[in-house]
Design a binder for this molecule. Structure first.
Ligand code: NAD
Length: 408
């Protein structure tokens, strides 16, 4: 599999071919400010101790504290975390929020741990990193396989160690522990606002057919939001495999089915397909909402969607970007499409810092205005430069980070 950090650096170089970026800035962004590797000893239920490898990468803080989620996955390694941290720095700049970029992770298959072991691991991650984290230093959040419950354990552990119980050092907490209204669905909601802002520019119909890869936080909420707006979900997947249903999937029924069976496979009326076939299913909008490196030079020529909207981070490789751009298939890049998550995370941080509580309506009104402005700004820049949306988004982000670094 391609190393996602190499892809992220290749994307930087690709943006530079359209409009030259300050060479000093490009040099500075080739490596993170710091990368931390930790060993986390965990007491297991059988009385043994296992040691897990964990990470925190602090990429760039020119615009504010490092900000980025924590991923628990068996394939997570330092290269993936570095790529995600660089994308966070760019994403926070695109979203125009006062945050820099960071990311964390643990190499672990959380499905193989009991709840108690998962809690021990999560508290251990905080114990090893409490020194470098903090509301004005480095603010983590959830990502793949980490939940608000995990954020709550982490928040509790951090409070015990540092005495800071404002909750502002971590976002994605549950509502009664200082979380923000709307944070749970913010990533998909932000992506939906971007889609709405750009739909007519893409020439998409009022009612679209949609394929969503992944049925977790980002994917499931996307299925629900697009369905609620009258669009039709014709395919989806989870780590066990993929399903398609040309006459539309009843998302509520699928959610209940997945809860009972633990997978989307076998959903009544659907056909099981491979992950590769799912991505190549004919539809108006393809929404990757799982992991990196899904649309590559091997399958980009076969994508039949009219538009790709990246809720996942890094699902499209740079070679695939070139192929899709050549085929006139717009790709709404991750650093714009999924920036609703970190935007509402920043609202949560702001509420914690000021000891305020905003209503869901207030949160989504602010989010909609922000996503609209950024989506249109990026689409205008892409049109002016006759380039794709990713390069336009990178150039806007790099301009903002460069400005902040100059001011410092
Ligand atoms: P999640 O753990 O809630 O869900 C991940 C989903 O992907 C699950 O349905 C899982 O079964 C599925 N999956 C895993 N491996 C797969 C595979 N090989 N093929 C198909 N499906 C597979 O995670 P999430 O929070 O929804 O994150 C999904 C993506 O969205 C990630 O790239 C993440 O970085 C990105 N993202 C999430 C947020 C957020 O707020 N949750 C914010 C920004 C970006």
């Amino acid at each position: 599999m391609t190393n996602p950090f190499e892809n992220a650096l290749a994307q930087l170089a690709r943006a530079n071919t359209v409009s030259p970026v300050n060479p000093t800035l490009l040099t500075l962004l080739q490596a993170p400010n710091r990368e931390i590797r930790i060993s986390i000893p965990v007491s297991m239920d059988d009385g043994s101790v296992r040691v897990f490898e964990g990470y925190r990468v602090e990429y760039n803080n020119a615009r504010g504290p490092y900000k980025g989620g924590i991923r628990y996955h068996q394939d997570t390694d330092i290269y993936e975390v570095k790529a995600l941290a660089l994308w966070m720095a760019l994403k926070c700049a695109v979203a125009n929020i006062p945050m820099g970029g960071g990311k964390g992770g643990v190499t672990v298959d959380p499905k193989k741990l009991s709840k108690k072991e998962l809690e021990n691991l999560s508290r251990g991650w905080i114990r090893e990193l409490a020194d470098v984290l903090g509301p004005t230093k480095d603010v983590p959040a959830p990502d793949v396989n980490t939940t608000s419950e995990i954020m709550d354990w982490m928040n509790d552990e951090y409070g015990k160690i540092t005495g800071d119980t404002t909750g502002a050092f971590i976002t994605g907490k549950s509502l009664d522990k200082g979380g923000s209204e709307g944070r749970g669905t913010a990533t998909a909601q932000g992506g939906f606002y971007v889609f709405e802002a750009l739909r007519s520019r893409f020439g998409l119909p009022d009612k679209c057919t949609v394929v969503v890869q992944g049925f977790g936080n980002a994917g499931l909420n996307a299925c629900e939001l697009w369905t609620k707006a009258g669009h039709m979900i014709v395919g989806t997947s989870d780590s066990q495999g993929a399903i398609v249903k040309a006459d539309g999937i009843d998302v509520d029924a699928l959610k209940a089915y997945k809860k009972e069976k633990g997978t989307v496979i076998g959903f009544p009326g659907s056909t099981t397909v491979t992950n590769a076939q799912l991505l190549e299913t004919a539809c108006d909008v393809l929404i990757p909402a799982a992991l990196e490196n899904q649309i590559t030079k091997e399958n980009a020529a076969n994508i039949k969607a009219k538009v790709v909207l990246e809720l996942a981070n890094g699902p499209t490789t740079p070679e695939a970007d070139d192929i899709l751009f050549g085929r006139n298939i717009p790709v709404v890049p991750d650093i714009l499409a999924n920036s609703g998550g970190v935007t509402v995370s920043t609202y949560e941080w702001e509420q914690n810092m000021k000891n305020e509580h905003w209503t869901e309506a207030q949160v989504f009104e602010k989010l909609k205005a922000a996503m609209n402005a950024e989506a249109n700004g990026i689409a205008d820049k892409a049109a002016t430069l006759k380039t794709d949306l990713r390069r336009a988004a990178f150039l806007i982000a790099l301009g903002r980070i460069g400005e902040a670094m100059k001011l410092k």
